[in-house]
Ligand binder design. Structure first.
Ligand code: TYM
Length: 336
């Protein structure tokens, strides 16, 4: 099954790299912000695609080993259930490639603390007075290593990751200048402009840490509870409403074609479209979207061993590519 991926290295000029942290179940912010693009581009076959489960990054916050293992498999199952073509992509665990931590260490020596202190994630954690661990502080460097070790050109991500890609680009310059080489190329982010940041049920950015998210494959009861608790104003059903200020609409539109979107917008602005009806319609749309996918997800999760083997096999392929790169890097920096 994966041999066909191997041969892609010779036919694809460009490389796609993208990761998701296994710190909870996948939600629609992850899906519409990054996964959907990853799947479409990878399945299109023009890119040599590396999609991974960022379990090293998850260690910055996750302390429960069983959760980490399980959540990692859930990401793999989610990708497959949502249609990722395993013949066109290498789907693996970040930790199958310890070479990324080696490259992170090499990069660490080329950057300064003030450079990393500008990172939003670091500043947010500090503002909350939480004690920032060194892993979290170094997070952008590990992410740069993830992208650069495979020679990533394109990195589909949500708006919140933009700064991390900028860090990766800066690190390309630091390395190439320090060793007077043209070893790493500049990666570019792909952010869906019109959706950039997907709101959660309270209107803030959808995030596991705000607990305002809607999971792709939660139970039907949980899905209903989440959708029905989307925060709205107190307008009456007959009132005319501005869709762009409405949390139900902002989530609903993600599932629609342009034409369907226009029709939904008109319902809001004409009046006579109450929030209860709007939520029920959104629930129907999500249920329809899940048809077939949730069953596939549940089926994949019922045989965890099979997923473990698949990830191991793919991890070996990714590691081979990374090791080749590191052989060059070790020579350039003088380790061998
Ligand atoms: P993570 O796990 O937080 O999120 C995975 C992807 O989902 C996107 N996303 C969103 N997009 C739009 N609206 C939202 N509300 C929303 N919530 C999440 C994120 O932008 C991301 O693209 N650091 C990364 C994982 C990572 C990575 C990488 C990504 C590690 N190495 C290398 C790309 C390349 C992260 O924590 O994503």
């Amino acid at each position: 099954m994966f041999n066909s991926f191997k041969s892609r290295r010779n036919i694809c000029e460009k490389v796609l790299v993208s990761g998701i942290k296994p710190t909870g179940n996948i939600h629609f912010g992850n899906y519409f912000g990054a996964m959907k693009q990853n799947i479409n581009i990878a399945n299109g076959g023009e890119y040599e695609s590396y999609i991974f489960i960022a379990d090293y990054h998850a260690l910055t916050t996750e302390r429960n080993a069983d959760n980490l293992r399980k959540q990692s498999l859930e990401i793999a199952a989610t990708y497959i259930a949502c249609g990722l073509d395993l013949n066109k992509v290498i789907l693996f665990k970040q930790s199958s490639v310890p070479q990324v931590t080696e490259l992170t260490w090499i990069f660490n020596n080329l950057i300064t603390m003030p450079f990393l202190m500008r990172a939003h994630a670091f500043k947010d954690s500090e503002a909350k007075n939480s004690e920032v661990n060194v892993g979290l502080f170094d997070y952008p460097v590990l992410m740069a290593a993830d992208i650069l070790i495979y020679g990533g050109d394109l990195v589909p991500v949500g708006q919140d990751q933009k700064q991390h890609i900028e860090y990766a680009r800066d690190i390309v310059g630091f390395y190439n200048r320090a060793y007077n080489v043209e070893e790493f190329k500049l990666p570019k982010e792909l952010i869906q402009k019109e959706i950039g940041s997907i709101p959660g049920i309270d209107g803030q950015k959808m995030s596991k840490s705000y607990n305002n998210h809607i999971e792709l494959f939660c139970s039907n009861e949980d899905l209903k509870k989440r959708v029905m608790s989307i925060v709205t104003d107190s307008a009456n059903p007959e009132d005319k409403k501005n869709p762009d200020e409405n949390n139900i609409y902002k989530i609903h539109r993600l599932f629609l074609s342009e034409d369907e979107d226009m029709k939904l917008r008109a319902k809001y602005s004409n009046g006579g479209y109450g929030y209860k009806e709007a939520k029920e319609n959104l629930l129907k749309v999500i249920m329809k979207w899940r048809e077939g996918k949730k069953e596939k997800f549940d089926d994949l999760m019922s045989d965890e061993n099979k997923l473990v083997k698949l990830l191991e096999k793919n991890g070996n392929l990714a590691r081979e590519v990374a090791e080749k790169k590191m052989e060059i890097i070790r020579k350039q920096v003088g380790l061998v």
